[in-house]
Design a protein around this ligand. Structure first.
Ligand SMILES: [Zn+2]
Length: 319
């Protein structure tokens, strides 16, 4: 996917383009930002641009197509084998980086989940980050940059990605033929992730929201068994938990908007539920719920125990 097709991140892309055009890219980058916001797509676009001829990629030449399909012989993916990236994986990568590139001007490696280097593996990589053989380009990705070994972090140029703004997501969905109502709704629920926004439009997730919300809002601290049973069932699916947190955040944001007299709500089809909760909860409770939801969204990037998190979340919402 060339830079031009990436949703949002204009400032970052501009900086990377200039660096590519001037052939002044860093040896190693750390792309940090929330899950699904476009770090990996931007990294691939950067490799494409570099292999296609600098600044931007055409998207259609053999080099561009091979990079997009992860089939380019000079592009490597390094990702955790089990829980960690291990030292043998780093050694293997290093052996490969010392070979001459087959087709591209240099070799490139994209590292997924850079917070999951085993300490020994991370230490083994330090020299490569400082002086990659054959001017290789290394792009590390992490949704939890605080968890990246400081020795690795300090050797990479940090690039901080933000969630993609709702307006940009809505334009992106409209460009794919999604009708405006669904596009507005999906972009407000997607937590800044183009991929999640597309999923929401494709699946039955939008239609299933009402049932899920009604179930969660009906939980009561007086009946603990159904509350924990719901938490156990929903915690089984990590993606589903993220979706639930986004759904609840967008819902309570609408409740807050209504309580403060604005009619701008995203969940238009759920207006009856929004009104009911706006009447049932104090403004402070609603703000506290949103704060808590946002904190849990961030905590999920650090692999918190989803079951425990949902137990506590449901207790708080029910109280
Ligand atoms: Zn090309």
């Amino acid at each position: 996917m060339p830079f031009a097709d990436i949703v949002g991140h204009e400032r970052i892309i501009d900086i990377l383009r200039r660096a590519l055009a001037a052939r002044r890219t860093a040896h190693a980058y750390l792309f940090a930002g929330p899950e699904g916001c476009g770090k990996r797509a931007t990294a691939l676009a950067m490799v494409q641009a570099a292999f296609c001829g600098g600044r931007d990629a055409c998207g259609s030449c053999p080099a561009c197509r091979k990079v997009a399909a992860w089939q380019h012989p000079d592009l490597r993916l390094l990702e955790p084998d089990g829980a960690f990236i291990k030292i043998e994986q780093v050694r293997e990568l290093q052996r490969e980086l010392y070979l001459r590139p087959y087709e591209a001007p240099f070799k490139a490696c994209i590292v997924e989940a850079a917070e999951r280097f085993h300490t020994a593996a991370g230490n083994a990589l330090l020299k490569t980050l400082e002086e990659p053989p054959g001017s290789a380009l290394l792009i590390l990705l992490s949704a939890n940059p605080d968890g990246v070994l400081p020795t690795i972090r300090s050797r990479c140029q940090a690039v901080q990605f933000a969630p993609v703004p709702e307006a940009a997501l809505a334009r992106f969905l409209a460009g794919r033929g999604v009708e405006p109502g669904a596009a507005a709704l999906a972009s407000s629920l997607a937590g800044g992730s183009p991929g999640r926004a597309l999923e929401l439009c494709a699946g039955e997730a939008l239609a299933g929201r009402r049932g899920l919300l009604e179930e969660v809002l009906a939980l009561s601290p007086g009946e603990i068994a159904p509350l924990f049973a719901a938490a156990e069932r929903l915690a089984a699916d990590k993606e589903g938990v993220l979706g639930l947190l986004d759904l609840l955040t967008a819902f309570f944001r609408d409740v807050m908007h209504l309580q403060h007299g604005t009619r701008e709500i995203a969940n238009l089809d759920l207006e009856d539920l929004v009104r009911r909760e706006a009447g049932r909860r104090s403004r402070d409770q609603v703000v506290a719920a949103i704060d808590y939801l946002l904190a849990q969204r961030r905590a999920m990037a650090r692999n918190v125990n989803a079951r425990l998190m949902l137990d506590v979340l449901f207790m708080r919402l029910a109280a």
